[in-house]
Design a protein around this ligand. Structure first.
Ligand code: WTA
Length: 645
């Protein structure tokens, strides 16, 4: 246990108690963190059971105004973004005044194209300044953005664009990551062949890499930007109007379009950002997440900008062109607060301290955050002892796309336990339920008797629905354990009352902190012409947390081969995107199914994890011999990995 700071922070705990005892008054006060055009009357209404939660209901505001305009009187010259390109020779500093100018222009370009309040605009951009600018421009005119991560493939883009019926896509002529160029516009061209609703594609020039231009659809951003007015008035929005949709993976079926609204989301993102990262006036803050994920929305854009923070926006990857790149950037901008994912920490740790740390100082760092997956003790200690030289607080923040902001996190003023997310944030009331009986587990628990973590009452930052599918919203999150929000994770609470997240309880795999649904990957593998049926499970990986182990039945007459394995792996990279990394393919003649035809994934997981002693009851299997066959032909990936370490 880390005992560096043993004084207890009255502030945090007292405020927590108040937030639970009188939740409405607490959030009423916190809503002052943003500026309102017209104040709200009702703090909150609705319930989990009814699926109709609202916050600050009658309030009118604009998010773009709150993130940019209102700072100008005091901080016009303060840097909003230090942009650092993939190539270290490329950088840019954008003041709040400059950000204001760009957002206004971008908003007018959108209006010129015909974008109106309530339209859903897809954004598929690299980590360039125009990514936050485009998001804030949408918010300025009341359009709902749906950002798609730049690593997604044309098929994944088309699925998301079609689900939201987007008419407009904003992209770039290319991006760079680790010295490689990413063909964003080409991916959009490919995707929209299957997107009947798309009318215009707005192309931001960045990589000067266009080989296909369609005058009927494509619009050159910079050309149009020169022709529009420099000022665009803000659209007054209701507190509960949607601000954005962000697609995330569920355990079954197509991705879910998580909908966040205007006021509650912004209040929650700003409050959590300020408190958890101990934000001080003038701090330089760097969250390394891509804007394509929720961390990029809440803690690169909305939370930090609402708090007038100076941010670093980084286009590249942690170890390009040299292994020390992350910390070279920390030194270059004198970053005080640094927020990244355990997978990046583990990858850097594996490169060795000489390459990653020796030539950097990191003296400016004060708070180090992690997000996306549990952080193992070894990585935690490296982060704390080596990266932070034992002087920084570590905040291991647990939350989700659906929660809008951090739900459980250590308090930076108290000691931190490696691997534990520790305390619920203000207003968050978690409980641990027995997975089977749904009874609340009250006392101290251990890693072996974890339960399902649930949340007992609404909070401002929670999603309000799934785009176009409120029933799925209710069934996935509120009808599992009635009266509670169910995030899908397992957790336990130790004898000190600290929370430990043990991982997903459902069929979602977390690869390098990215959520990937087994059903999504299976349908991509199944679409390969040689494949008849597939089941995938996650297996542990030293760097990425988890990778995919796929059991594949080939079509009749197809001969299995190493070449075919490579071809299927490449197919998944191309069709889904490079984040879906398949480590192992095992050819199988059949899958373990119940008599009603349901795949018993539990069995497949145990086999891939070399835990067949724990398979348990197989009496419901249609063919009991199936398991023996799977074990006999199992991949020795784990053994190879151990031997090579
Ligand atoms: C996992 C990312 C352990 C968890 C913000 C959750 C974590 C899912 C942590 C959400 C953490 C996130 N410790 N697990 N500190 N943070 N997770 O929607 O399983 O991309 O349900 O949001 O990541 O992933 P998402």
């Amino acid at each position: 246990m880390q005992k560096r700071k043993l004084q207890m922070s009255e502030g945090w705990l007292t405020q927590y108690q108040r937030s639970i005892d009188d939740n409405a008054t607490f959030w009423a006060k916190k809503s002052e963190i943003i500026d309102w055009i017209k104040p709200w009357n009702t703090v909150t209404s609705g319930s989990f059971q009814e699926g109709n939660v609202k916050w600050f209901e009658e309030g009118i505001l604009n998010v773009s105004y709150n993130c940019v305009d209102r700072h100008l009187s005091k901080y016009a010259d303060r840097i909003a973004f230090y942009w650092e390109g993939d190539n270290p020779k490329h950088s840019q500093a954008l003041s709040y005044q400059a950000l204001y100018d760009r957002v206004n222009r971008f908003a007018n370009v959108l209006k010129t194209l015909g974008v109106k309040k309530g339209d859903v605009v897809c954004i598929y951009l690299p980590m360039i300044v125009e990514a936050p600018v485009a998001m804030l421009a949408c918010a300025r005119i009341g359009a709902v953005h749906s950002v798609i991560f730049g690593g997604f493939s044309p098929v994944a883009i088309a699925d998301r664009v079609n689900d939201a019926k987007c008419t407009f896509i904003i992209t770039a002529d290319g991006g760079y990551r680790g010295g490689k160029s990413i063909p964003l516009k080409t991916n959009v061209d490919e995707a929209i062949k299957n997107c009947p609703t798309v009318e215009k594609v707005l192309v931001v020039e960045h990589a000067h890499n266009i080989n296909n231009w369609n005058d009927k659809i494509d619009v050159h951003y910079y050309k149009l930007a020169q022709q529009v007015d420099v000022f665009c008035p803000i659209e007054p929005m209701n507190a509960e109007d949607p601000l954005f949709i962000l697609y995330t993976s569920g355990s079954t079926g197509k991705p879910k379009g998580v909908v966040h609204t205007t006021a509650g989301y912004l209040v929650y993102a700003a409050t959590t950002h300020k408190q958890i990262f101990d934000l001080k006036d003038g701090d330089v803050y760097w969250c390394t997440a891509d804007v394509g994920w929720i961390t990029g929305h809440s803690y690169v854009i909305y939370g930090p900008l609402a708090n007038a923070t100076t941010n670093v926006l980084f286009e590249g990857v942690p170890s390009y062109p040299q292994k020390s790149r992350f910390f070279d950037v920390v030194d270059k901008y004198k970053v005080n607060i640094f927020y990244t994912a355990p997978t990046a920490i583990r990858a850097l740790q594996a490169e060795g301290d000489d390459a990653v740390l020796a030539n950097t100082k990191r003296d400016s760092l004060r708070i180090l955050g992690t997000v996306g997956e549990p952080i193992n003790r070894e990585a935690w200690h490296w982060y704390h002892d080596k990266v932070g030289k034992g002087k920084c607080s570590i905040v291991d923040t647990w939350w989700q796309t659906e929660t809008g902001g951090v739900m459980i996190s250590p308090d930076h003023t108290q000691y931190q336990k490696p691997g534990s997310a520790m305390y619920p944030f203000w207003g968050i009331e978690p409980a641990i339920l027995d997975k089977n009986t749904a009874n609340e587990l009250k006392g101290a628990l251990t890693a072996h008797d974890y339960g399902a973590i649930v949340i007992k009452r609404p909070w401002p930052g929670m999603m309000r629905t799934l785009w176009g599918d409120h029933k799925r919203y209710m069934d996935s999150y509120f009808n599992v354990y009635l009266g509670y929000y169910f995030p899908g994770d397992g957790a336990y609470r130790d004898k000190d009352g600290h929370y430990w997240i043990s991982g997903r309880l459902d069929d979602v795999i977390s690869i390098a902190g990215h959520r990937i649904g087994t059903a999504e990957i299976e349908s991509v593998i199944d679409s390969h012409e040689a494949v008849a049926e597939t089941a995938v499970v996650g297996i542990p990986d030293a760097i990425k947390g988890e990778v995919i182990y796929a059991y594949v039945i080939l079509e009749k007459g197809i001969t299995p081969s190493e070449l075919l394995k490579q071809d299927i792996m490449e197919w998944v990279r191309k069709t889904y995107g490079p984040i879906a990394s398949i480590k192992v393919i095992q050819w199988v003649p059949m899958l373990p199914k119940t008599r009603s035809g349901k795949i018993m994934r539990r069995i497949l997981r145990k086999i891939a994890h070399f835990e067949e002693q724990q398979i348990g009851d197989t009496s419901t299997l249609a063919d009991a011999n199936c398991v023996k066959n799977l074990i006999a032909n199992r991949s020795d990936y784990r053994i190879v990995k151990k031997g090579s370490q």
